[in-house]
Design a binder for this molecule. Structure first.
Ligand code: GAR
Length: 200
């Protein structure tokens, strides 16, 4: 798991692992931010929690190559980005091709990038939500695995909308990981089909 902050999605995944919903183990949680609360959550779960300082590397590529080395040592099957606020270099994406997932707080391909709850409100859309997708070389452009829809209320603010989207994130991210681990994801070009999908 790669994180940069409070790690509420990480916590949802920890809970799903602990309850047996996701038949997997979290080998390592890596943060590029030293005081990310997610590291604390990882330690409470007795998972390895590692801070990798980007300042120790001369470029994004060097940093990402160090991450690749570290992740390979843990013999992981899947890399999950959970509020990881750095763009991955092509070298990283190539190293784990088809095995990197991300959660994004909007209905892609609408509103990629940052501050997307604000962008959804500013645009006046009536529905937003969240997307779990495989990561490719673009920013939030990879094949979509699952989406959760959240209606926008007239009096929504960034805060109220973000909370409702987050609730949905905590449901669909563990589901997507569960389906990956159970080998129920079938990727056909941009389309990801899920065998035996369970209702939320
Ligand atoms: C989540 O809303 C996630 O979708 C978003 O950051 C938040 C992290 O919260 N990710 C992105 O915007 C990625 N570009 P968390 O640390 O509590 O899981």
């Amino acid at each position: 798991m790669l994180i940069s902050g409070r790690g509420s999605n990480l916590q949802a995944i920890i809970n799903a692992v602990e309850s047996g919903q996701v038949p997997a183990s979290i080998r390592v949680v890596i943060s590029n931010v030293e005081d990310a609360y997610g590291l604390e959550r990882a330690r409470k779960h007795q998972a390895e929690a590692v801070f990798c300082n980007p300042k120790n590397y001369s470029s994004r590529r060097e940093f990402d190559l160090a991450l690749v080395d570290l992740l390979k040592k843990y013999e992981i099957d899947l890399v999950c980005l959970a509020g990881y606020m750095r763009i991955l270099s092509p070298e990283f994406v190539q190293a784990f091709k088809g095995r990197i997932m991300n959660i994004h707080p909007a209905l892609l391909p609408s509103f990629p990038g940052l501050d997307v709850q604000q962008k959804a409100l500013d645009h006046g859309v009536k529905f937003s939500g969240c997307t779990v997708h495989f990561v490719d070389e673009g920013v939030d452009t990879g094949p979509i695995i699952l989406q959760g829809v959240v209606p926008i209320e007239e009096d929504d603010t960034v805060e109220t909308l973000s909370i409702r989207i987050l609730r949905e994130e905590h449901k669909i991210y563990p589901m997507a990981i569960q389906a990956f681990v159970e080998e129920r994801l079938i990727v056909e070009g941009r389309r990801v089909k899920i065998r035996d999908i369970v209702d939320l």
